[in-house]
Design a protein around this ligand. Sequence first.
Ligand code: DGD
Ligand code: CLA
Ligand code: CLA
Ligand code: PID
Ligand code: PID
Ligand code: PID
Ligand code: PID
Ligand code: PID
Length: 312
Amino acid sequence: DEIGDASKKLGDASYNFAKEVDWNNGIFLQAPGKFQPLKALKAIDKMIEMGAAADPKLLKAAAEAHHKAIGSISGPNGVTSRADWDEVNAALGRVVASVPKAKVMAVYDAVKDITDPKVPAYMKSLVNGPDAEKAYQGFLEFKDVVAKNQVTAASAPAVVPSGDKIGAAAKQLSDASYPFIKDIDWLSDIYLKPLPGKTAPETLKAIDKMIVMGAKMDGNLLKAAAEAHHKAIGSVDSKGVTSAADYEAVNAALGRLVASVPKETVMDVYNSMAKIVDPTVTNNMFSKVNPLDAVAAAKGFYTFKDVVQASQ
Ligand code: DGD
Ligand code: CLA
Ligand code: CLA
Ligand code: PID
Ligand code: PID
Ligand code: PID
Ligand code: PID
Ligand code: PID
């Protein structure tokens, strides 16, 4: 397709730049400016809306391209192979083309809104400047091809299941865990802190398992879960807590999503995360909430998972 062809030209223009970026730099975990969690949540909401509007088949293909690209990483900077770099760009270009332009620009504008204007120049200062300019020039040509192939209307909204066992179980889980949800400091910057003692390549391994799980999920249920999150973000209070009803809808949607992939795929995510999350992290989280609320929530979760497993 045209986007695939254009991604080769983009690769010619941008792979030198890609090799110069230190992808293992911990700076990419930081907020791109002043830490403003509720404003950042708005930007993430625009990404969720864009994801929910995208073609699920193309999202799946993009997740698969990332998984493949992680497999061909080499060198100290963590760069993927030239071929996989091109495949990722092509796959993301197709995702962008499956969404109306306004939804893409809404993400750009909202991210710009939380980004310090000095950030792009600082990023450029870490690489060979002319290579960055060549890459940007390549991006500008690529985007014209994407725009030419872009839809004007979003894909149809998800079909949301109702009256199922997971939906009923989600009500119980949510009643048991909403007090715990209200105890959590959702606006803390602690969630942007590096995991103690873990390197970027180690962390990327666990993220790869999530990408693999995402690629196996049912596309309609993933879209429904994204829509449920978008609705939940719309009802957050000043502390970032969503309403009880929207919380329940998120749990139901995520339970159905988990049930749409094989158990081993879910356990691969759990086991790889358990490997990189030090017990001090979990203990620290526990110390910040009411312990009785946390135990009630955990009990609710372990009951819920049996219902999910039964429909898996
Ligand atoms: C950039 C963008 C990259 C900056 C990286 C910041 C993004 C951080 C995102 C993290 C927040 C989200 C959290 C995610 C999850 C966390 C979970 C805990 O360097 C601009 C200005 C605005 C920049 C900020 C907006 C960035 C938007 C990026 C897309 C959003 C994607 C979402 C990412 C999130 C995660 C994904 C899963 O646009 O951008 C550089 C540009 O900066 C440079 O400015 C441009 C002008 O816009 C353009 O008009 C033009 O002036 C150009 O061109 C210069 O500069 C000139 C000529 O006109 C060209 O023809 C050519 O010759 C060129 O010069 C060559 O130099
Ligand atoms: Mg990504 C984007 C890293 C998995 C879907 N992703 C980005 C970039 C960053 C990144 C490089 C955001 C910051 C930015 O804009 O820098 N993703 C990243 C990592 C992983 C990952 C490390 C780990 C595996 N992503 C992942 C998965 C998905 C996505 C699994 C779902 C399939 N990701 C996704 C989308 C988008 C990203 C849809 C974006 O739109 C965003 C992005 O790249 O926006 C431009 C700048 C970007 C780069 C350095 C890489 C692109 C290089 C281009 C082609 C040329 C360079 C131009 C210029 C010098 C800088 C960009 C200017 C900008 C205004 C366009
Ligand atoms: Mg999430 C999970 C935040 C958007 C899909 N998501 C998580 C949690 C965290 C979170 C609360 C990971 C950390 C953790 O396990 O804490 N998501 C979060 C935010 C946003 C978002 C802030 C922003 C809008 N997500 C989002 C979108 C999607 C997903 C758009 C795609 C549709 N998310 C997704 C999945 C999963 C998450 C598939 C998970 O599996 C993971 C998770 O919750 O695993 C348990 C602990 C969790 C909580 C504090 C909240 C859940 C409470 C449960 C139901 C009861 C509590 C049990 C116990 C006390 C703690 C967990 C024990 C553990 C062994 C399971
Ligand atoms: C400017 C000035 C003009 C010239 C110009 C110009 C530049 C405009 C630009 C630009 C626009 C632009 C847009 C970009 C958009 C990036 C969007 C990224 C979206 C990320 C998402 C992340 C996610 C997911 C995902 C799917 C999940 C939901 C999420 C489901 C169903 C200024 C050059 C024209 C870069 C969507 C993918 C996993 C949230 O106009 O003179 O330069 O860049 O998890 O969905 O699961
Ligand atoms: C524009 C203007 C509108 C019209 C429009 C428009 C276009 C927007 C577009 C577009 C946005 C867009 C985004 C693209 C992003 C590509 C990002 C590629 C990232 C590749 C990576 C590869 C890798 C790896 C990996 C992880 C490793 C690092 C690497 C570590 C820690 C402008 C059409 C709407 C194409 C990250 C995955 C292995 C490097 O909005 O008018 O057209 O395209 O090895 O991580 O090692
Ligand atoms: C300038 C002027 C214009 C011309 C221009 C220009 C340059 C702009 C530039 C540039 C922008 C730019 C951006 C770059 C962005 C790179 C983003 C990389 C993201 C990597 C991540 C990696 C990671 C991980 C991971 C998980 C870990 C955390 C991390 C935990 C819990 C000035 C040329 C346009 C280079 C996200 C995945 C392992 C961080 O605009 O005229 O030159 O470069 O380790 O999670 O640890
Ligand atoms: C233990 C001991 C036994 C008893 C037991 C027990 C507990 C096991 C447990 C547990 C397992 C477990 C699993 C959990 C899994 C969570 C998985 C989360 C996945 C997140 C993903 C994120 C993403 C995306 C997304 C889609 C994108 C890709 C991504 C596309 C196509 C120990 C109780 C049985 C909690 C997949 C969703 C946006 C990466 O066994 O005696 O306690 O918890 O962006 O994909 O866009
Ligand atoms: C298990 C054992 C195997 C069998 C198995 C199994 C099950 C795994 C499961 C499962 C995993 C799972 C995960 C679920 C997670 C639910 C997470 C809910 C999160 C809700 C949120 C709501 C909110 C918001 C929001 C953003 C705001 C904060 C809030 C900010 C900054 C165990 C079956 C495979 C159900 C986050 C979105 C508005 C609170 O593996 O043998 O069954 O379920 O307002 O953010 O304000």
